[in-house]
Design a protein around this ligand. Structure first.
Ligand code: BJW
Length: 242
């Protein structure tokens, strides 16, 4: 492998929908992806939610229910194993709202676009674990207002979560990995430039070269369940941790 690594090095990993594809969850921009079936303006913007909250609830209710039918795959598990064995700093930033990294055992985890298994009250700000359906007829268990519970996800035009923590980790990292993301959506699409600008080595692991592949120092291409465990094995071996 090209990457040179020391045990004290800091690693930041960014993941996107591609890492969960082989678990059975759809990506967004592939030919059979979510945006081929629904308009993102209708279901992933505050304006779409204001226009038709029940449609947005139905979209996320179906995706929340689908989580019961899927399990973490070898790529999620490899990243959890890397975190557990890595002696240096490690942060896994995911754009995914599924809970597969968490179920695989990742703990140094930032779900920057929110979490499907949480609901947020727009009136009192309460954040609640949520496994069932949401609807406008429900009341917030904390402030008792009706129709104020929304999915805890980040829509277009909204600020992604924990950005200060993410940028601090990017500024400090020696190795930046981008896995299963098309690099279409900012600010995540800008992370490779941020990390490289601070001197990090960058590697893209994806099914195919993304539109931003030229921004990376190195690329490994193929299904995540193959390339991610293989890369993690190489990394641990290069650091003498195998
Ligand atoms: C495999 C595989 C396998 C398949 N193995 N790989 C103009 C310029 C720059 C920025 C902007 C702009 N205009 C607007 C913006 C900002 C906007 C933006 O980026 N827009 C772009 C479309 C241009 N961004 C925002 O609004 C963000 N907020 C923000 O910027 O805040 C600052 C701000 C606030 C207020 C005012 C102004 C600024 C928020 C973005 C929120 C994104 N939300 C979504 C939906 C919500 C959650 C959900 O429903 O799930 O998040 S959109 C959707 O895209 C979702 C994803 O997390 C996100 C990224 O998608 P991802 O993961 O990359 O999936 P795909 O499908 O695109 O790619 C999958 C990849 O996997 C492919 O490459 C496949 O090849 C690969 N793959 N199978 C390995 N088996």
């Amino acid at each position: 492998m090209q990457v040179k690594i020391r045990r004290s090095d800091s690693i930041v990993v960014l993941t996107g929908a591609g890492i969960s594809r082989e678990s059975g969850l759809d990506t967004f921009r592939d030919a059979d992806g979510v945006w081929a079936r629904v308009r993102l303006e209708d279901v992933a913007t505050p304006e779409g939610y204001a226009r038709d909250p029940e449609r947005v609830h139905a979209f996320y209710n179906a995706r929340r229910a689908a989580l019961e039918t899927v399990t973490p795959n070898a790529a999620h598990q490899a990243l959890a194993a890397l975190e557990a064995r890595w002696p240096g700093n490690f942060l896994l930033v995911t754009q995914n709202i599924d809970d597969l990294h968490d179920r695989a055992g990742s703990r140094k985890l930032v779900p920057m676009h929110g979490e499907l298994l949480k609901a947020r009250c727009t009136a009192c700000g309460d954040l609640l674990p949520w496994t069932g359906d949401l609807s406008t007829g429900m009341a917030c268990p904390h402030c008792l207002r009706q129709g104020t519970l929304r999915p805890h996800v980040v829509w277009f035009g909204e600020m992604p979560l924990e950005m200060e923590r993410i940028y601090a980790a990017l500024a400090d990292c020696d190795l930046f990995l981008s896995i299963g993301t098309s690099g279409n959506v900012y600010p995540a699409a800008g992370f490779v430039a941020e990390a490289s600008g601070h001197g990090a080595h960058s590697v893209e692991l994806n099914l195919e070269r993304s539109q931003g592949a030229h921004l990376f120092a190195e690329g490994r291409y193929g299904p995540a369940t193959q390339v991610v465990p293989a890369f993690v094995r190489d990394l641990l071996a290069a650091a003498g941790l195998d």
